[in-house]
Design a protein around this ligand. Sequence first.
Ligand code: SF4
Length: 221
Amino acid sequence: MESLETELARARDLDIRVLADAIESIGFECTRCGACCTSEADEPHTATVFPDEVRELESETRDWRDVARPMPYGLDEAGEGETFEWALQTDGCGDCTFYTEDEAGMGTCTVHDERPLICRTYPFSVALGGTSQPMGEAVDSEGMVRAHECEGLGRDISRADAEELAGALKERAVRELEEAIGVRENYRPVEGSTVVHDSEGPKRPDGREIGDTTNRGDTDE
Ligand code: SF4
């Protein structure tokens, strides 16, 4: 694989119009089935969220832990160990904490306008090393764009929607690579039962930086 810096340069060079052409060619319309927001095969939902996206979703009534949890990959069964990403928080059923269904059973995102880039761009990814390929292998591809399993694929999409999606897809690729580089540069081994190493440094599961003296009013872990 090329270095993360090389892939980041390639991501920054992506042409949104070309990405939009590929998305138009593949086709997509969200059917609001909720498959990308809910648990699958008894596995809790896992969708990567960047630290600044977590902060954007925090509010007076929602703290860090209400928005995100340590990505379980790399943690043991007790949830202890080191991990390198945050995942959107899940509810008791393993669904995204922001997912709900209306009376007609249609899936709804309660933070739709602020939803993270991973949600804005599902079911697409770009073919660059160091970027995420959500929900397994691609089922379709066109140029640099890959499409992952989703019942909305193949449906007509307007040019405006394709360009908006393409812009978000490029932004996500850039951000994922910047995040990966930040994780590598700010990694330092620390004591603790559960540590999330994100691009800002090691953190506790409540989002506090380890070594940060700011008292957010919580106890350690
Ligand atoms: S934030 Fe919204 S779009 Fe993203 S997984 Fe949760 S419910 Fe779905």
